[in-house]
Write a protein that binds this ligand. Structure first.
Ligand SMILES: Cc1cc2nc3c(=O)[nH]c(=O)nc-3n(C[C@H](O)[C@H](O)[C@H](O)COP(=O)(O)O)c2cc1C
Length: 370
């Protein structure tokens, strides 16, 4: 596995299911990562946790991510992932949520570089595939320590370090700090994978070049438009109209049917995910380089509120941009029950008639999650 010159799909709990990863591959993605799995649950052979390590045959470059605090658990879970085809195992060292932090996993490890060093060393020794670590810039703005954490990881034998350019406490409130990511990339000889706020091909190439990172990683940008991978590869935007986007979402529903099965139980499982995804898809806006490139250097577009030129939008376009949860549930149902794209479009049109946009919806719409 070469960690240089690649565009990674970020590990995304709830979002990075096998059907979604296949959707990214269908649109130019190459390197996929699984949702974070608790190592101690994998060791207990929890079915739901083992399912997170499963990859599709199409995923020829798949990495599994685990959350761990004990070497023994991490090694056993890492090898379980390798047996299932993971090309590498990533240690989560950035997850901010309370349940993880309380169990001394995720972002807590940023505050314990010595413990982290021992954990990574143990993993490198015991796991049969390369080990990487995904970190943040630090716990808080007063505790920026990515330089030290990345050094410790390299010395412990990690093959690459991914850096999400924010602290644990910032969550998504600030723009990712690519200067700081670049500083760490300069200091290290292992590849650094830069991550944070990449929504367009021009922002991706700009941050990639400016920072000097070896590779980049995309999270919410892929959840909003899974075709971002092709855009980055081709250095040009694909601006699908509403029907083309509906086609992508219909295809996604088909991949969910293959994975969860096309029956009532499968539908029930898929409906935990499909409406949630529509909550990201609805944030899509065409962002041409001519109009937005200069502005994006000042402030990342994923954090920017875009005016919606509502009067010029077709009914289907307005429907796909609608942020209402209830509508996402009903649209997910349409996508699931349709047998082809024409039927899905007719169902969506009927839905648009039944649920016209509420007053105020046509105003400013955020492209960002959080
Ligand atoms: C819905 C969601 C789920 C996430 N789950 C994980 C996860 O399981 N493991 C992880 O390391 N990071 C996780 N992250 C963080 C992303 O991998 C990524 O570091 C972060 O979103 C910044 O990248 P972006 O600006 O491209 O979204 C998650 C982010 C989102 C939005």
């Amino acid at each position: 596995m070469d960690f240089r010159g690649r565009v990674f799909l970020a590990p995304l709990t709830k979002g990075g299911t096998l059907p979604f990863r296949r959707l990214c591959l269908a649109h130019g993605g190459e390197v996929t990562m699984g949702e974070m799995a608790y190592a101690y649950q994998v060791v207990k052979r929890s079915k739901s946790e083992l399912a997170l390590l499963r990859k599709h045959d199409e995923e020829t470059c798949f990495g599994a991510q685990i959350a761990a605090s004990r070497i023994d658990d991490a090694v056993r879970a890492g090898n379980a992932a390798a047996e299932r085809g993971a090309k590498w195992v990533d240690l989560n060292c950035g997850c901010p949520i309370h349940d993880i932090v309380k169990r001394r996993m995720g972002a807590t490890l940023l505050r314990k570089p010595h413990k982290l060093a021992r954990l990574v060393e143990g993993m490198v020794e015991g796991i049969e595939v390369p080990v990487t670590v995904k970190i943040r810039l630090g716990w808080s703005e007063d505790e920026y320590n990515a330089s030290e954490v990345a050094r410790v990881c390299e010395e412990a034998g990690a093959r690459a370090v991914g850096i999400h350019g924010r602290t644990r406490e910032q969550r998504y409130t600030r723009a990712a700090d690519w200067d700081e990511i670049g500083k760490v990339a300069c200091e290290r000889s292992i590849p650094v994978i830069g991550n944070g706020d990449l929504l367009t091909w021009f922002e991706t190439h700009d941050r990639w070049q400016q920072s000097g990172v070896a590779s980049v990683m995309i999270g919410r940008g892929a959840l909003i438009k899974p075709w971002i991978f092709r855009e980055i590869a081709e250095k040009q935007a694909w601006e699908p109209d509403a029907r083309e986007r509906l086609g992508v979402y219909f295809d996604f529903a088909g991949k969910m049917k293959e994975h969860f099965r096309d029956d009532e139980k499968g539908k029930e499982r898929a409906m935990r995910f499909l409406p949630w995804h529509l909550g990201f898809f609805c944030r899509y806006r065409p962002l041409s380089g001519e109009r937005w490139e200069a502005a994006s250097r000042e402030h990342p577009l994923i954090q920017t509120r875009m005016p919606d030129e509502a009067s010029e939008l077709s009914l289907l376009e307005r429907l796909l941009r609608d942020p209402r949860k209830e509508l996402h549930e009903r649209l997910a149902d349409v996508l699931w029950s349709s047998t082809d794209l024409d039927e899905a479009e007719a169902g969506a049109a009927a839905l648009a008639g039944a649920m016209p946009p509420e007053a105020g919806d046509a105003g400013e719409v955020a492209t960002a999650h959080g």
